[in-house]
Ligand binder design. Structure first.
Ligand code: ARG
Length: 460
């Protein structure tokens, strides 16, 4: 069966486009999300056309007024984009024709859907990068306030998921602050490449009409204009870079999720998720699950998948535009939405968590994770570190064999391992003393955390 509606490109064909072929190639269901950007781009283009005398000012006004009405119609749901219109650009142009007649056709002077869709995509990316940056900023503020609340709370730091050394919980939260800081830097850097206008490249070779691409760029608040019309319509690097930045953010969130899931488990019991952010089981009444963190961890897979999708779509494409590139929107939209949603909800989840301070205090005081303090104590008494490590290893074996925690081992017993031990060993064995004694730059000491908090506030 053939299609009844006229498409933008059909003039040379004697037969209408097959309906199934149109259904297959239509992207309206996805790219309708770009309607605001499309109208923004068209308005700038038409303004430029009138300024350059390519179309009359009256016609430009008529078109722009029509576009404004269409935007309201789309926003209110009065105009529902239909798949038969092929894409959102066509939806808007066809509706404009219904409203103002043949003048609507002037909107496309010196423009192709190739530079049009590239412009829309860049406007969309710019908007989403700003939204994502704002979400990350809020996340950073939450992390700084967590670090302030828990600056003096002692938790275990882990390597290999084995208790390693006691640290300030503030130090832990600030590690994530730094990760999200790099994520924001990546987005800011990407924004420089995104904020370049492709409008005026036309199909790919430019135009014989006296267009002013610099002016359209300025009207759309782009920082600069393309320098090569082929590249302008063919470049999707910015999408790949964006999804790559999203993947990194999701990877960070996924690691954070994992910590949260483990820490909230009965086995760890370090952290409490408030009921408003936990889920239960339909079968097991005792369950309290960290579904939100699990979903964030799961969505990470989706975003990584989109990155591979985009890289694969672009691989081997001959210059310049190819229809394959229409497939860029589902991975782009999905990554942007999933990442912004995940950052936002995870920030809220963090606000609904509390550390179980009493339990942590008890656990950290009794733990073997203070063994490094013994080794460093011996180093301060001039024993070479390798020997100190060996001596401490023996003490750890003794502690496990006798069931005596490190602070419970007597001084006489310590002395059997090394003559260098004195009663001050017990000061070194207090987790807070161990943390306070950390002297190095960016360490886990309370003072270092205080400095990091001050710096973080300045950096946000
Ligand atoms: N819907 C198309 C896309 O998103 C618009 C560009 C169509 N260009 C073309 N030469 N068929 O890529």
């Amino acid at each position: 069966m053939s299609n009844k509606k006229e498409l933008l490109w059909q003039s040379r064909f004697s037969e209408p486009f097959d309906r199934d072929a149109l259904r297959f190639s239509s992207s309206v269901h996805v790219d309708k999300a770009l309607y605001k950007e499309d109208i923004q781009g068209s308005t700038a283009h038409v303004t430029m056309l009138a300024e350059e005398g390519i179309i009359d000012r009256d016609e430009a006004e008529l078109i722009i007024r029509g576009l404004q009405e269409i935007e309201t119609e789309l926003e209110s749901g009065q105009l529902v984009p239909h798949w038969e219109d092929e894409d959102i650009h066509t939806v808007i142009e066809n509706r404009l024709k219904e409203k103002i007649g043949a003048t609507a056709g002037k909107i496309h002077s010196g423009r192709s859907r190739n530079d049009q869709v590239a412009t829309d995509t860049r406007l969309y990316l710019r908007r989403q990068i700003r939204a994502l940056d704002a979400a990350l900023k809020t996340m950073q503020q939450t992390l700084v306030s967590k670090a302030e609340t828990y600056r003096e709370t002692i938790i275990f730091g882990y390597t290999h998921l084995q208790r390693a050394q006691p640290i300030s919980a503030g130090h832990y939260y600030l590690a994530y602050f730094n990760m999200f800081r790099r994520d924001r830097q990546r987005l800011q850097d990407l924004l420089k490449r995104v904020n370049i206008s492709p409008l005026g490249a036309a199909a790919f070779a430019g135009s014989t009409l006296p267009l002013n691409p610099k002016r359209s760029a300025e009207l759309l608040d782009f920082d600069d204009v393309f320098s090569n019309s082929i590249d302008a319509v063919s470049d999707r690097d910015i999408i790949i870079e964006f999804i790559s930045a999203c993947s990194m953010i999701m990877m960070h969130l996924s690691r954070f999720s994992e910590d949260l899931i483990l820490w909230s488990s009965y086995e760890f019991g370090y952290l409490e998720i408030s009921d408003a952010f936990a889920t239960g089981s339909s079968l097991m009444p005792q369950k309290k699950n960290a579904d939100i963190a699990e979903l964030v961890r799961g969505k990470t897979g989706r975003v990584y998948g989109s990155l591979i999708t985009m890289l694969t779509i672009m691989k081997g494409l001959p210059l310049s535009y190819n229809r394959d590139m229409q497939e860029d929107k589902p991975p782009l939209f999905d990554s942007a939405e999933s990442t912004i949603d995940s950052v936002t909800i995870f920030t809220k989840l963090l606000d609904h968590t509390t550390l179980r301070e009493e339990r942590l205090a008890k656990l950290t005081t009794e733990d073997l994770s203070l063994a490094t303090e013994i080794a460093e104590y011996l180093v301060r008494k001039q024993l070479p570190f390798r020997d100190a490590h060996r001596v401490t290893g023996k003490i750890v074996t003794f502690s496990i064999a006798t069931g005596k925690t490190l602070p419970k081992i007597s001084l006489d017993e310590y002395k059997t391992f090394s003559e260098l031990f004195d009663s001050d060993i017990y000061d070194a064995l207090k987790p807070e003393a161990s943390i306070k004694a950390k002297q190095t730059h960016g360490s886990c000491s309370f003072l270092s955390v205080e400095r990091q908090i001050a710096e973080a506030k300045f950096l946000i």
